[in-house]
Design a binder for this molecule. Structure first.
Ligand SMILES: [Zn+2]
Length: 327
């Protein structure tokens, strides 16, 4: 009897815990690709996704000049449905479509296709931190070091996190920690879709590896991750980072037809590539690339005086890519 009571209490406790953690997630249904033109805040915007968030029909839309996104309830918007081709024709003179055109032209390489460099307004870089699936905890030192170095010059610190669905599934306390840093105004995150599963084979050649693996469900890899972001309260951006930075012309073209832009890197620190003015720097924050993290901390140390004098800044990814293509 005592054992029965004990088990019942345990089960009740478990269910309560599930209910509490369930409450932390936003309910998202019917998430789908949907293109439409709408006026929002007196400017033309392109709707990219349609879904029901917490019972409310909502849209994810992009400001095609700024490359910023927003989730807006459908009430008060009067969208005009477009095909993808109509959308890019309508917005052809915007930074958004120019970036898409550039990514399309750069899609021939098996590695590092897409936008790899931003516009260097002053000295500085754009930082992207990849969170591929991992059993290890988040490398929190990246964030604490950034906050310490930039607290007097850039608060919040702008950075991009390329996140996978699988990482989100297994890193609840790290997710809460990141949410805390956003809430306290220490960091400002551009959330980049890095696919849901991020499958990798250690023997397959690049042309059938990562997302090029046969039978990959690209629709789920893209939309499943965005949906998981919104469930966590994160805002999906228009950017995507290919797992392993591996892609081919066909998959880039498929990806672009979802209205999102592949972001490569011209400074993958762990591979010995140097960060120059305007670089899109890549490091891994998932505990699997200590060399890259060490290099980055060293880079921060080297730039300490420049950071203090505002001669070395971090740039927001949307702003950096937006400026590159608004010329
Ligand atoms: Zn990755």
């Amino acid at each position: 009897m005592i054992r029965f009571l004990k088990n019942t209490l345990l089960l009740m406790g478990f269910l309560l815990l599930m209910a509490i953690s369930g409450l932390a997630q936003v309910n998202v249904d019917n998430y789908s690709r949907f293109f439409a033109l709408t006026s929002y805040q007196n400017k033309d915007h392109l709707i990219l996704r349609k879904f029901i968030r917490s019972g409310v029909l909502s849209y994810l839309l992009v400001n095609p000049q700024e490359l910023t996104t927003e989730i807006v309830p459908a009430t008060n918007l009067s969208p005009k449905v477009l095909t993808w081709n109509q959308a890019i024709a309508y917005f052809k003179n915007t930074a958004y479509v120019k970036a898409i055109d550039a990514a399309s032209l750069l899609s021939g390489n098996l590695q590092d296709a897409g936008i790899i460099h931003g516009f260097p307004k002053e000295k500085g870089i754009t930082l992207t931190i990849d969170l591929c699936p991992s059993h290890k905890p988040l490398d929190r030192v990246i964030f604490t070091s950034l906050i310490t170095e930039f607290q007097k010059t850039e608060k919040p610190v702008p950075l991009a996190i390329s996140i996978t669905g699988r990482w989100m599934l297994t890193h609840r306390s790290d997710l809460d920690w990141l949410k805390g840093l956003v809430k306290s105004g220490d960091i400002d995150v551009t959330w980049v879709d890095h696919s849901y599963n991020h499958r990798v084979s250690f023997s397959a050649p690049l042309k059938t590896n990562f997302l090029l693996e046969p039978a990959t469900d690209l629709n789920f890899e893209i939309l499943g991750t965005e949906l998981a972001m919104i469930q966590q309260g994160f805002l999906p951006s228009v950017f995507f980072r290919f797992p392993g930075l591996v892609s081919d012309r066909q998959i880039v073209s498929q990806l672009l037809s979802y209205g999102i832009i592949p972001i490569g890197s011209d400074a993958w620190l762990a591979k010995g590539q140097a960060a120059n003015s305007g670089s899109i720097v890549l490091i891994h924050g998932n505990g699997n690339e200590p060399v890259g993290v060490k290099d980055f901390i060293q880079l921060l140390k080297n730039k300490q005086v420049d950071v203090k004098n505002k001669n070395w800044l971090l740039y927001d990814l949307s702003e950096s890519v937006g400026d590159e293509f608004s010329q």
